[in-house]
Design a protein around this ligand. Structure first.
Ligand SMILES: *[C@@H]1O[C@H](CO)[C@@H](O)[C@H](O)[C@H]1NC(C)=O
Ligand SMILES: [Zn+2]
Length: 516
């Protein structure tokens, strides 16, 4: 590949940036990816320069590691496992305490290059990592606040083997499908357990839980890609709240469900119980994306114009085994899918523009993790209660507390009745009002009383019916403390149906996550 357009793109980028401090790493004399040559910084260019070029696997890993080293106080790289051909699936993490979950700090992930030939997301996440690091160091207050209050994980390439196949053909030559699958010829976004069919079955029965649906045994009889397994372990280990998976081939943001409620309908609006919230999440991306907001119908993605460039996945086209449905139905995590543009393997000159268009949407989306409420669930001695359920009246989808008893519940503005409950404890109910604008989730804690100790536990304390904000820096989430109902949980001597599932989750951190 010629180096001239690359240099021109880099120079154009340099000129276009308001703050001159943002540019270069290297003129990248070797975009084909000579693995062992360390890229030297050309003299005169600051270390914050982002090279708006395609990155080979080795270049990607190097940039991520170098970024983590430069921002070692707030960044770290780790691997969640390996691809079929043995490449580490490298994540860069940003947080005020990298490597650790902090109490009540929400976790969010962005995943690119699920389809090996859809490469824009991979590059954008590599640039985002460098941008977050540079801006943090430069003292950008928005980025500092984001990193101080959020744990962000970026996996630029979920399918590094497929990428190699597509990159060998190169931009302009790569077709619509070559390199899409992993090295076993599996489509990773069709390879997750189909919990959506199970969801539709369960949802028709009243009073049955439809969240945290277990994976059935027969799923493991099929071919499961190591990349899929790595993602599943990852999301079972970290209490992710929010996620986006980045694709290419169109220009639209889609949200679950991806699998139609009528299996034989190729297109059918199939909302989750969190339809309102998912729409807000999708809009948080699309509404600040200049191309998605472009009013011309003949543009890329113009057929989604009337819908504001967002769509329910199954209403677009239905498919089974997708990652987003799995996130929502198996864990607490809400995931949307972003189609970044009509060209799956854009030429190098287009990468800087793609970054410019998606930077604000990505930041705006990351900040959405601070919507709704969060808090801790403890017993009366202050001991955290893990796996407690947080229910919201009218939304049949519970989230559960993490091992430290902390939880996050993304909720749209308005009034909600929230209930916390756990086996062996009585329910606690609170009314929460979520304002239109908020920068930090309203804090709502729950203290659970053991079951069967009588009404003396329900003495209304001074805090009752006292609207107040528990989080001085956060939004004024108004909380009414309602008198808890004396009604007990359905008395069941036996364990609930999902009990075995929770107890079967290994309490040990898998070793692969410790490989920092
Ligand atoms: C973020 O945390 C750092 C380190 O504790 C601190 O110096 C900085 O002022 C914080 N910035 C914001 C905006 O919270
Ligand atoms: Zn895709």
């Amino acid at each position: 590949m010629p180096t001239t357009p690359l240099l021109l793109a880099a120079l154009a980028a340099l000129a276009a940036l308001a703050v001159a401090a943002y540019s270069s790493c290297s003129p990248g004399p070797d975009p084909s990816g000579e693995l062992d040559v360390e890229e030297a910084l050309p003299s005169g260019l600051p270390p914050t320069f982002i090279r708006f070029a395609h990155h080979s696997y080795a270049q990607m890993v190097r940039v991520l590691k170098r970024t983590a080293a430069r921002c070692s106080q707030v960044a770290k790289t780790y691997s969640i496992g390996r691809s079929f051909e043995g490449k580490d699936l490298v994540v860069i993490e940003f947080s005020s305490r990298p490597g650790q979950h902090e109490l009540m700090e929400p976790e969010v992930k962005l995943i690119g290059n699920i389809h090996g030939n859809e490469v824009a997301g991979r590059e954008i996440l590599i640039y985002l990592a460098q941008y977050l690091c540079s801006e943090y160091l430069l003292g950008n207050p928005r980025i500092q606040r984001l990193l101080n209050t959020t744990r962000i994980h970026l996996l630029p390439s979920m399918n590094p083997d497929g990428y190699e196949v597509a990159a060998a053909e190169g931009a302009g030559y790569n077709g619509w499908t070559s390199g899409r699958q992993n090295a076993q010829n599996l489509d990773l976004n069709r390879n997750f357990p189909d919990l959506t069919s199970e969801y539709y079955r369960l949802a028709s029965t009243r009073g049955v839980r439809t969240d945290h649906i277990p994976i059935s045994q027969y799923y493991w009889w099929g071919k499961v890609a190591p990349e899929t397994k790595a993602i599943m372990k990852w999301i079972q280990t970290i209490p992710f709240v929010l996620s986006a998976s980045l694709h290419g081939g169109d220009l639209v943001v889609s949200y679950p469900f991806d699998f139609s409620k009528h299996p034989h309908e190729e297109k059918m609006f199939s909302p989750t119980p969190d339809e309102k919230m998912f729409k807000l999440l999708a809009r948080a991306y699309a509404d600040v994306h200049p191309m998605m907001m472009d009013r011309s119908e003949n543009r890329c993605g113009g057929n989604f114009l009337k819908r504001g460039s967002i769509i329910n996945g199954a209403d677009w086209y239905s498919f089974t085994g997708g990652m987003s449905d799995f996130n929502y139905l198996h864990t607490n995590c809400f995931e949307i899918t972003v189609e970044l543009g009509c060209v799956k393997f854009p030429p190098e000159e287009a990468l800087y523009g793609l970054w410019q268009h998606n930077k604000e949407p990505l930041l705006n989306f990351l900040e959405m993790v601070h919507r709704g409420i969060k808090g801790v669930v403890t017993d009366k001695y202050g001991k955290p209660v893990k796996n407690a359920r947080i229910l919201v009246k009218g939304i049949r989808h519970d989230v559960t507390t993490a091992p430290d008893g902390d939880y996050w519940r993304l909720l749209p503005p308005g009034s909600h009745i929230v209930i916390a409950q756990a086996p062996g404890y009585s329910k606690v109910m609170k009314r929460v009002t979520i304002p239109l604008r908020m920068k930090r989730a309203g804090r709502v804690d729950f203290i659970l009383q053991p079951l069967g100790t009588g009404p003396k536990n329900f003495l209304p304390g001074p805090s009752r019916a006292l609207p107040r904000s528990l989080d001085p820096q956060g939004a004024p989430a108004q909380l009414d403390f309602e008198p808890p109902r004396a009604r007990r949980q359905p008395a069941s001597g036996s364990k609930p149906w999902w009990w075995a599932y929770f107890t079967s989750l290994s309490p040990h951190k898998p070793r692969w996550l410790l490989k920092y």
